[in-house]
Design a protein around this ligand. Structure first.
Ligand SMILES: Nc1nc2c([nH]c(=O)n2[C@@H]2O[C@H](COP(=O)(O)OP(=O)(O)OP(=O)(O)O)[C@@H](O)[C@H]2O)c(=O)[nH]1
Length: 133
């Protein structure tokens, strides 16, 4: 099973969402940016590294949500490990993705998400409803 970290990056009540490019697997679907853990890397370190590589911004992972085990049609299995993250600085510049948006919470459900991200989105919105954080 491949461990993949992903970041729910918050800034001023909005969340950064990214669209996969036509060259990637799951082309044009939306996701939380992130990527695979390297050997001996912590989840948090992998996420900070991937976000710097993919978006050129600095983040701080703050709160881990429940991970999601997802099996793709070709039998690839991933563990998607989400963290709510604080945006620390830098301007977004895309190196791999097709596009990005700072989405309001109420718009998040409108995106065409990677299937593995749906339970993450639901848990996140549930948490936000109950904490008002
Ligand atoms: N980064 C990221 N990957 C996700 C999400 N949801 C999801 O199913 N994945 C899947 O997790 C795997 C690892 O993501 P990745 O973005 O590091 O993949 P990669 O470029 O190294 O390889 P690949 O795109 O050729 O598969 C991919 O198969 C990707 O489709 C998500 O929210 N964020």
């Amino acid at each position: 099973m491949i461990k993949v970290t992903c970041a729910i990056i918050e800034q001023q009540g909005r969340v950064l969402v990214t669209q996969r490019s036509g060259k990637m697997s799951q082309p044009f679907l939306w996701e939380y940016p992130g990527g695979k853990l390297e050997p001996n890397e912590t989840e948090e370190a992998a996420l900070v590294r991937e976000i710097k590589e993919e978006l050129n911004i600095a983040i701080e992972p703050v709160f881990r949500l429940t991970s999601v085990i997802h099996t793709f049609p070709d039998n690839l299995v991933i563990e998607l490990i989400p963290f709510i993250c604080r945006y620390k600085g830098g301007n977004v510049s895309l190196t791999e993705h097709r596009s990005y948006q700072w989405s309001t919470l109420s718009d998040l459900k409108k995106y065409d998400w990677c299937p593995a991200d749906i339970p993450v989105l639901n848990e996140y919105l549930e948490l936000k409803q109950h904490t008002n954080a």
